[in-house]
Design a protein around this ligand. Structure first.
Ligand SMILES: Nc1nc2c(ncn2[C@@H]2O[C@H](COP(=O)(O)OP(=O)(O)OP(=O)(O)O)[C@@H](O)[C@H]2O)c(=O)[nH]1
Ligand SMILES: [Mg+2]
Length: 368
């Protein structure tokens, strides 16, 4: 806007007319009868195909500053836009400074964790952990968020990592049928014998399933040690006496359905005869979450002290390992990742375990 004295005009608002009479008429219509013409000049309107156009007059009109007439629409529009921009800036600032982290990445990570079959309690703990870590500055870099999740998950495993109760010498392997008890026992026996040069005793109280004893005896042959087959609790006591000189004794048991409490209490009667026993509850990662919940509850009767998760190679959804530890607060001693004896086994260190679980969705693209 321009002004001169008490007159105000818009430079861009010019009237192109054929006569001054036409100019007066149009200005009166637009700005009212109090408007005045402050300049006029002759121009040539652009003609067709480069020919000179007709002569015209370009007129500029002005109004008194306080005329109260609502004329300068363009100006009003610009002022309106300016105000809107100011409002938006304010809102944006408010959003950026807000203490509530942007829910978008949180929802994304929740979804990732759900896909890995973490339960809602663990998901909540992990998400709360990372929102505490990042607060207002939620990073864009996904690797940073992933690292924070791994660290938080590792804490769940660390918290469950109590000292083993026994003297680390006698270990029983219990768990549902077919999860990999005998195979895992053979893997560990081989490590003790070949890598640590330990004297190992192998015992089985699995006389229930046809072929179970033979299966262990084959491993015994390979490892060059005998296998003691035990039918009663008394026999077990005697065999344990015999193995007093051993560094490690590994006891195989028959797979028991967790829904058969009769068989579980029979097994308990056997294992109760042994002092300083460490009992591994062997669980397969391919078992459904809800069944795992039942199993960990029903097997409490055997006072298991640590967990072993088998068959991590057979699924991409390893969240249930964390769900289980979160519930029973018992440490994971080993994970097994294949059928090969003795190679496919690893000691489960909290950070490594957390990383493996959170990356388990990679292959099907649902996760990291
Ligand atoms: N893919 C895969 N297979 C495994 C793993 N551990 C064991 N298995 C296989 O699972 C099957 C059952 O293994 P076993 O060791 O006989 O299981 P178990 O718990 O002793 O079975 P029962 O004594 O009948 O209760 C075998 O075919 C093993 O090779 C593993 O980590 N990954
Ligand atoms: Mg077996």
């Amino acid at each position: 806007m321009k002004h001169w004295g008490r007159w105000l005009w818009n430079e861009d608002q010019k009237y192109l007319v054929k006569s001054m009479h036409e100019a007066y008429e149009r200005i009166k219509e637009d700005l009212g009868k109090d408007a005045i013409i402050i300049s006029s000049r002759k121009v040539r309107a652009e003609g067709l195909k480069g020919l000179l156009g007709v002569k015209m007059i370009e007129v500029t009109a002005a109004l008194e500053k306080d005329s109260g007439i609502d004329v300068y629409d363009d100006l009003k529009k610009i002022n309106g836009l300016k105000q809107e921009l100011t409002d938006m800036k304010f809102m944006l600032k408010k959003l950026l400074n807000s203490s509530v982290p942007n829910p978008e990445p949180i929802n994304k990570w929740k979804k990732v964790l759900e896909d890995l079959e973490f339960n809602s309690m663990v998901i909540e703990e992990l998400i709360q952990g990372i929102t505490e870590t990042f607060g207002e500055d939620f990073p864009h870099n996904e690797n940073i968020i992933q690292e924070a999740l791994i660290a938080r998950l590792a804490r769940i495993f660390e918290e469950a990592d109590e000292k083993p109760k026994g003297k680390g010498k006698i270990f029983a392997f219990v768990g549902p049928t077919g999860v990999g008890k005998t195979t895992t026992l053979a893997k560990l026996a081989a490590h003790y014998i070949f890598e640590q040069n330990k004297k190992v005793g192998l015992v089985t109280i699995d006389t229930y399933r046809i072929g179970a004893v033979e299966q262990l005896k084959i491993y015994g042959d390979i490892l060059g040690i005998d296998v003691d087959v035990v039918y009663t609790a008394d026999q077990l006591k005697q065999v344990m006496e015999k193995h007093r000189d051993k560094d490690v004794v590994l006891i195989d048991t028959a797979g028991r359905s967790p829904f058969n409490s009769m068989r579980l209490s029979e097994l308990r009667a056997f294992l109760e005869t042994i002092d300083n026993l460490e009992t591994y509850l062997v669980l397969s990662c391919t078992t459904k979450s809800r069944d795992l919940d039942r199993i960990i509850a029903e097997y409490q009767i055997l006072n298991y002290t640590q967990l072993i998760f088998t068959k991590v190679d057979e699924t991409h959804y390893l969240g249930p390992i964390a769900n289980t530890v979160h519930k029973v607060k018992k440490p994971v001693a080993y994970i097994t990742n294949g059928q090969s004896v003795p190679d496919d086994i690893e000691a489960a260190e909290p950070y490594k375990l957390a990383k493996m679980i959170l990356k388990s969705g990679v292959a099907d693209g649902s996760g990291f």
